[in-house]
Design a protein around this ligand. Structure first.
Ligand code: IMP
Ligand code: MG
Length: 176
């Protein structure tokens, strides 16, 4: 069955917001910044935000980390696994985690405390979408693209069972 995808944030809105987020991040004046994109869902947002950061004049290095708290369906399983770790030593560095959605917050709370334990000087969080009503862990994003309604969203890197990551805008599915 094909899903109908309703546009929630279109390409122009995403571009504009990425430039605003980059300007806010530039103001924070991070030192020796390591940006960690949390795969897989953040890959499109991260690609755009990183280039917006370049335009905003923010020097940085990029790493990737793959964490999994979802199976292949649409419900969170609750426990977080490191599927792929960063290669870099984070000791003494400012770290900015980039993810697609802050929902229960378990994934990013886990990543944040792990990086702090490894000696990161500062660990901040940039997320495209914030599902505030769903928070379980005590964590907020320092940089939030948009508040997200309580709908299952796809596109711009986000998937439903590995489909729809390629959709160039953020949309929601009716049938969920
Ligand atoms: P949490 O904050 O640990 O609950 O997990 C958030 C993660 O769940 C996000 O990074 C997404 O990978 C996934 N997720 C949460 N809500 C959605 C959604 O509406 N669509 C697609 N993935 C979602
Ligand atoms: Mg994710």
């Amino acid at each position: 069955m094909t899903d109908t995808i309703h546009v929630l944030f279109d390409e122009a809105a995403l571009d504009k917001r990425n430039a605003e987020l980059a300007a806010a991040i530039a103001k924070a004046n991070y030192q020796n910044l390591l940006v960690i994109a949390v795969l897989k869902g953040s890959f499109v947002f991260a690609a755009d935000l990183l280039r917006a950061l370049y335009r905003a004049g923010v020097p940085l290095e990029v790493e990737f980390m793959s964490l999994s708290s979802y199976g292949s369906g649409t419900k969170s399983s609750g426990d977080v696994k490191i599927v792929r770790d960063v290669d870099a030593n984070v000791d003494g560095r400012d770290v900015l985690l980039i993810d697609d959605i802050l929902e229960s917050g378990r994934t990013l709370a886990f990543a944040k405390s792990m990086l702090s334990e490894r000696g990161a000087a500062r660990v901040d969080v940039a997320v495209l979408l914030d599902k505030k009503g769903k928070r379980v862990a005590e964590i907020e994003g320092e940089y939030v693209g948009f508040d997200c309604p309580d709908k299952f969203v796809v596109g711009y890197g986000m998937d439903k069972a590995h489909s729809y990551r390629e959709v160039p805008f953020v949309g929601y599915l009716t049938d969920f």
